[in-house]
Design a protein around this ligand. Structure first.
Ligand code: AP5
Length: 205
């Protein structure tokens, strides 16, 4: 099962991906998470990516595509994977098509007006990556590992606007691209987290 989750920043890709990966026993590959791990560890990829991420821009394709190709070549992807955040433009989609064939693309559709509040209210665990929202999380400790939650640097309002503009210009065209290939399914991301997951499971079977 080779799945791609599409959606604007804050649409709920990461939230749904962690549940999908468990249910279908496939690795969750989030390019955003991989970049953040590299930044934390101070690797060459992290040093290259940080300036772009802090400005809400895409990391250059040559860095991102090579990183994903290396990840998909690992043994745990042999029976499938769940991509989250890649591809993010048409060039990346073409590069992916050269090395792998997706079965299903799930587009989580959320009103753009809801995204800013979702993103600026998000708190994440710096240790295990779990994501929460201030409206439903009453304390600042991760439920999974107990670490103190933080706000992502690129979730501050100044960067969020730039991320949404990049999404509209570069990533949204992928909806038409995968629709033409006949593998796109859209779910209503304005529902509760549980109901969005229920719809995704219906799509995937
Ligand atoms: P990345 O980490 O991929 O960020 P993103 O795509 O902007 O997505 P987010 O993580 O912001 O949102 P999400 O859809 O996962 O939402 P979440 O589930 O957390 O990328 C970060 C940066 O890395 C990019 O800007 C770029 O610079 C770089 N990068 C990454 N991939 C790249 C690529 N391929 N090429 C080049 N550069 C790349 O949910 C958000 C909040 O809403 C949470 O608080 C959650 O609790 C809440 N929520 C979720 N679902 C619901 C719901 N149904 N109802 C109410 N609240 C909800």
């Amino acid at each position: 099962m080779k799945i791609l989750l599409l959606g604007a920043p804050g649409a709920g890709k990461g939230t749904q991906a962690s549940q999908i990966a468990v249910k279908y026993n496939i690795p969750h590959i989030s390019t955003g998470d991989i970049f953040r791990k590299n930044i934390k560890e101070g690797t060459p990829i992290g040093l290259k990516a940080k300036g772009y991420i802090d400005k809400g821009q895409l990391v250059p394709d040559e860095v991102t595509c090579e990183m994903v190709a290396d990840r998909l070549a690992q043994a745990d992807c042999a029976n499938g994977y769940l991509l989250d955040g890649f591809p993010r433009n048409l060039f990346q989609a073409e590069q992916l098509a050269k090395i792998s064939t997706l079965d299903t693309v799930i587009n989580i559709d959320v009103d753009l007006s809801a995204l800013e509040a979702r993103i600026t209210g998000r708190r994440v665990c710096p240790k295990c990556g779990e994501s929460y929202h201030v409206t439903t999380k009453t304390d600042d400790k991760c439920d999974k590992c107990g670490e103190t939650l933080i706000q992502r640097d690129d979730d501050k309002p100044a960067t969020v606007q730039s991320r949404l503009e990049v999404y509209k210009a570069q990533t949204e065209p992928l909806i038409a691209y995968y629709s033409e290939k006949g593998i796109l399914k859209t779910v209503d991301g304005m529902q509760s987290i549980a109901d969005v997951f229920g719809d995704i499971v219906k799509v995937l079977g």
